[in-house]
Unconditional design. Sequence first.
Length: 246
Amino acid sequence: MEWLKHKILHAFLLILLSMFLPIMTFGDDIGLQEIRKIVANMSTDIKTDQVLKSPVEGWYVIKKGAYIAYISEDGRHLIQGDMYNLETQINLSEGIRNDSRREVVSAYPLDRMIIFESDKKSHAVTIFTDVDCTFCRRLHSQIDDYLNAGIEVRYLLYPRNGPQSESWVIAEQVWCSDDRNKALTLAKIDQKFDSRNCDPSPISEHYMLGQDVGLQGTPAIVLEDGTMVNGYVSATELSRIISLNN
């Protein structure tokens, strides 16, 4: 299945160096276009526009969602992990991840999300949620607090245990309900709701998006600038975080 590719993508980045080192000639300045060609030949999952110059001179960056790796301009070294500016204490890699998350989430159609709209909307957040996650339930039980704070909540369903799990089946049933908002609310308190037969493929899409943005657990809140807030935060705290990021 397509979503399985995301499970092994980080492994590809780890072995990429051993694959392209024999091809390179040490000391050659091969340039961005050559680096792109080599990476493209190694995997069709990495597009040419996902290989860019990095914020640090002498290095290029490979970005695939939240997965980041760096290749030296001479083609001799590859590093996977975070890069920091020690003077400013800024995580340069996280800035790249934020950009990627923003691009991935903003490109996803709103009509394939479950949206709780705010009459006072000033901001919108995208939340990856699981129907049986304790802190997801806590967050959703306070949904009115977020809406009253002017925060529109756009849900993507992310069953943590993957396909074939009970929460995956429930997520599909929620999606196939005529009233998805009501169904999601009922599912989070273990109540029955009406559902029907429909195309449940958006759940697979949501799951793959979660893999793309580097999800490690739920709830995971993606702000409009791509910043990810992991775990439950109150409406008051989320408003504060959003203000700090603007």
